[in-house]
Design a protein. Sequence first.
Length: 203
Amino acid sequence: MIGASQFGLVSSPQVGMPAPPSQISDAELRTIETIEPQKKPTAEEMKAIWLADHPVISPAEAFASGAELGPPSGDGLADNQTKNIHTEIKVNGKVIARINNSGAVEIADEYRFLADKVDFAGDKMVGPDLAEDRAGRIKAVLQSFGAVINDEQDPVGTLNARITKAPIIELLKANTALTQEAWLKEKGKEVPLDPGSFFSRMA
C-alpha cells in the first residue's frame, strides 16, 4: 500500500497554526478547560449598567441642560409614530416629553425624574383620556419645581418668567390628537374590544 508520506503530502506544522490535540500537553489542556465562555449580561444587568452611565439628575439640572427629545422613532405598527402624537410638552421651546394617543409617554433622559414623581405604573385609564391626564400631571410636576406655563391669557406672568429666567413650559396638542371615541373606533378596527373598553377605566 502506498502511503501519503511517499509523495511528500504530509506537511510539517505551520507557524501560527494550532497544534493537533495529540501534541497538546496535559498542562495546556487543563488551561483550556478552565476558560469559560463569556456570559451575555441579562436584561436586568444591562439596565443597571445603563442607569449607572445615565444617573438621574435634579430638576434644576434638567431645566438647565437644554435637553430635547428626538423625533418619533417608531415605524410599522409601533406606537411612537408621528401620526400617533397626542401632546408634546416643551421646556424653553424644546420638546422634553411626547404623549401618544394611546397614552404612552416618551421622556428625554435628562427628565427621568418625572417618572419618579408621576406614578405612571398606577394609571388605569386608556387612550386619549390617559394622554390628557398624564400631560396635566407632568405639567403640575414641572410647575412644582418652578416652571411657568406659557399662557397667552397671562402675558405679564410669561414676561416675568423670562425676566427671572424661570423655565417656561408649553403643552401643545398635535393635529393628530384623537378624541377618546375616535381612538376606540380605530382600535375596534384592529382588534375587537370588550364592552367595558368603551369607557375610560379609572381606579
